[in-house]
Each structure stands twice: as structure tokens, then as C-alpha cells.
Design a protein around this ligand. Structure first.
Ligand SMILES: Nc1ncnc2c1ncn2[C@@H]1O[C@H](COP(=O)(O)OP(=O)(O)OP(=O)(O)O)[C@@H](O)[C@H]1O
Ligand SMILES: [Mg+2]
Length: 399
């Protein structure tokens, strides 16, 4: 599908966009899918209440959440490759378009790829091309939980870092750009080291870049950890266990008692000293890309990794809610969208009702999925209910 086709799709029946950013109370009102995953074409209207999507396995629920998440930085809730997104059996191109408005102003966002260039993601904001999905983070923020994260505390540190960095990104759109700058400098330095590392000046410049962005990443993570504590992780304790979190990483720990400029200088110096071991290892052995997030179940004084499956899930939900709470107390900011895939299934009826009232209280736009609509009965008409069947989404009434 061409850029023009995506623009046409975006423009369907909407007024010209105003220049100003959407206020935080703005909501996703219309989602249009074209040849995306199992959807040939879908146009879904949301009224701003939490959307509870019920349907059997394979009905197309997660595909909807994934489509919404692609109007954000990164690769969405499934971390999917671009070639997985076009509808199998479709023409090859695909598009997702979203209209966000607060009743007065509206913005239009689009993402997709043309059949002729399937490996090139096209991003649009209103009628203009955006540089890439990173540009969306200025306009929309996301927090999500998916079944794939159920093993977060069992997996390697990389998944937990990504979880933490996504939480940080919801507070600060610059966090993503800084992370990319760090990765890029680290990759270039490694390439030089692999080639013998003779260009000292260039290596020093890259190490200075790594130090600057690396310390900024660590500072962003410390900030989010402090925000979580300040948002009072125990606030939802009646339903979700309180968690204590600790950051494990040289830079994060150093920043607790030293000035950022000193930590930066020190890190650059260490990188210079470690060129040989890093060349031998084929990767930088020190930096924020090695950090970990430790989570403890406060009530049980136990590492999350040692908790039961259900306890781990409840801890994760508690962390995401704490971050949403932290975002709720900050003034300003782009609208936040919460995507909670298959969340209700893990919770007993009391906790589920508790979750719904916590989400109501937070007031952010939420999309929740489950395999049976009875899971959402307790939400009543405080939510907008949908039924997914064979990749068709229909608004449903409660029995
Ligand atoms: N690129 C694609 N083209 C066509 N169909 C796809 C594509 N990718 C995934 N699908 C299919 O889309 C269907 C719906 O998937 P989805 O993950 O949305 O289901 P779900 O309702 O979330 O199911 P579950 O309850 O099992 O999580 C599945 O049958 C899946 O195989
Ligand atoms: Mg699913």
C-alpha cells in the first residue's frame, strides 16, 4: 500500500488537524485496520470508556491491542517483525490508523507499509510523514501487560530492562532516543574494536557518547524507580501485593552517591581501559545494557522470582498500576493508553472488580481482553463492551 493510500485511510471523514498537542484527556476514538494481521478491514469506534474485548482463542483480540500499540514507539506489544504484520493472503501492504481527540481537537496517526517496500515502516502524524515510530512517543504514551510477560521474573535481565525502559518512556519520550543513541555508539565502538581498534580519537568520541547517553539512561531508570516509590506501590495493596524494587547496575548504583558528571567521566575512562576485554568478549562488558531490575514481594520479603505464578502476575499488575498512578499525579503529558491483554483470566472475581475500580479511578483509556465476556460483567456500563469473533469486532450489550 502506498503512502497516499495510508493518508487517504487516515483522512477518512475527519476534519483538518489543529497544530496543538492532544491534551492528556484526549482518547483514541477510531481505529482503522487494513490488511493488518487477521483483519482485512475494520473500523472501530471507541467512546472513551475502558474497552473490554471478549472472544474465543484466535478471535482477534490481541491483534487489536497490537495495532493500537504500533501507534507508539518500538515494535508493539508482540515485538513483532515487520514481515509478520501484513495479512496472510492479503495484498502485502498493511495500515493501522488512529484518531485521537478530546472532544474539540483531534490528531490522526498512521503506521503501515507498502506492498512494494514491506520492510519500510511508514509513519504519519496528521498529514505529514514522521521520521519513525519514535515520533509517536511525543504524542501518545503506552503501558501494557501481555501474557508473554508472565515469565518476566524468570527470564534473563534483558526482558526486565525493556520492561523498565518502557515504563520510563511513558514518563519521558526522550528516554527512547537516548537508548537508541547509546546502542548506536556501542555498536560502532564494537565494530572498531573488532577491526583492531586503532582509531583512538574515534573510539574516545564513541565512548564519550556511550558515557553521556548511558548515564542518562541510568538516571531515567532511577527516576522511574523513585516515581514508583512516591506513587506508593502499596496503594493498591488490597488487591495487588506491594513491590519493592531495586536497580542492579554499576551506573545506577554510582548515581546514588555521586554527581552525574563524575559518573560519566568515570564510565568513559573505564570503557577506554576495557577495550581489550571488550574486543575479546565481542561486547561491552560494562554499561546500562547489563543492568537488571530486582523486584521483591514486600509482604513476603521474597524475590519475585521465588513467588508463585499468580503472585508474580499480581506483582506485575501492581507495578504497572503504580506507574500509571505516578503518571496520573504528573501535570501535563500526552494521553496514556493502557493495554492489558488476558489480564482478567488470572484474577479471582474480587481482584478483578478491584482492578476495574482502580482503572476507573486512574481515568486513563484502557483496553482489556479476555476469553469470556462474563469476566467483564462487574465493570457494567462503566466500560464499553466488545465481542471479537473471527476477526470481527462488534460492540456488545451486557446480558
Ligand atoms: N499476519 C497474519 N495474517 C493473518 N492472520 C494472522 C496473522 N498473524 C496472526 N494471525 C492470526 O490472527 C488470529 C487472531 O490472533 P489473536 O492473537 O488476535 O487472537 P486472540 O483473540 O488474542 O486469541 P487468544 O485468546 O488465544 O490470545 C490467529 O488465528 C492468528 O493465527
Ligand atoms: Mg490473545
Amino acid at each position: 500500500m502506498s503512502q497516499t493510500a495510508i493518508r487517504k485511510l487516515d483522512a477518512a471523514g475527519v476534519a483538518p488537524a489543529p497544530a496543538k498537542l492532544p491534551a492528556r484527556r484526549a482518547k483514541l476514538r477510531r481505529l482503522t485496520l487494513t490488511d493488518f494481521r487477521s483483519y482485512e478491514r475494520a473500523e472501530i469506534e471507541f467512546d472513551g470508556r475502558p474497552a473490554a474485548i471478549a472472544g474465543a482463542n484466535g478471535a482477534g483480540k490481541t491483534n487489536i491491542l497490537e495495532a493500537i500499540s504500533l501507534i507508539g514507539p518500538g515494535r508493539g506489544v508482540r515485538s513483532a517483525r515487520l514481515d509478520e504484520l501484513p495479512r496472510i493472503g492479503g495484498p502485502g501492504g498493511w495500515a493501522v490508523a488512529a484518531r485521537i481527540d478530546d472532544g474539540e481537537d483531534e490528531r490522526r496517526f498512521g503506521v503501515g507499509a507498502a506492498a512494494s517496500k514491506p520492510d519500510r515502516r511508514i509513519c504519519r502524524i496528521d498529514d505529514a510523514a514522521a521520521s519513525g515510530p519514535g515520533a509517536f512517543s511525543e504524542h501518545l504514551r503506552f503501558l501494557w501487560l501481555t501474557p508473554a510477560q508472565d515469565r518476566l521474573f524468570q527470564e534473563g535481565a534483558g526482558e526486565r530492562r525493556r520492561f523498565l525502559d518502557r515504563m520510563a518512556l511513558a514518563h519521558d519520550p526522550a528516554h527512547g532516543k537516548i537508548s537508541s543513541a547509546f546502542e548506536q555508539a556501542m555498536r560502532q565502538r564494537q565494530r572498531l574494536l573488532d577491526d583492531g581498534g586503532r582509531d583512538d580519537e574515534w573510539l574516545c568520541a564513541l565512548e564519550a557518547q556511550m558515557a553521556e547517553s548511558g548515564v542518562a539512561i541510568a538516571a531515567g531508570r532511577r527516576h522511574i524507580a523513585a516515581m514508583l516509590a512516591a506513587a506508593n506501590v502499596a496503594a493498591d495493596e488490597a488487591f495487588f501485593p506491594a513491590a519493592d524494587i531495586a536497580l542492579q547496575g554499576d551506573l545506577e548504583i554510582a548515581l546514588a552517591h555521586r554527581k552525574a558528571a563524575d559518573v560519566e567521566e568515570d564510565y568513559a575512562a573505564q570503557l577506554k581501559c576495557r577495550r581489550r576485554p571488550d574486543a575479546e568478549a565481542g561486547r561491552a562488558l560494562l554499561g546500562p545494557h547489563r543492568s537488571d531490575l530486582l523486584v521483591y514481594h514486600r509482604g513476603k520479603s521474597r524475590l519475585a522470582r521465588l513467588c508463585s505464578t499468580g503472585e508474580q502476575k499480581a506483582l506485575l499488575i501492581g507495578l504497572v498500576l503504580a506507574n500509571a498512578r505516578a503518571l496520573a499525579v504528573c501535570a501535563g503529558g500526552a494521553p496514556l493508553i493502557l493495554l492489558l491483554d488476558e489480564i482478567a483470566a488470572h484474577l479471582d472475581p474480587e481482584r478483578r472488580a478491584g482492578l476495574f475500580s482502580i482503572l476507573d479511578g486512574l481515568g486513563f483509556q484502557t483496553f482489556v481482553t479476555g476469553t469470556d465476556k462474563s469476566l467483564f460483567t462487574a465493570w457494567g456500563d462503566r466500560a464499553q463492551h466488545f465481542e471479537a469473533y473471527d476477526s470481527t469486532l462488534r460492540e456488545a450489550t451486557l446480558d
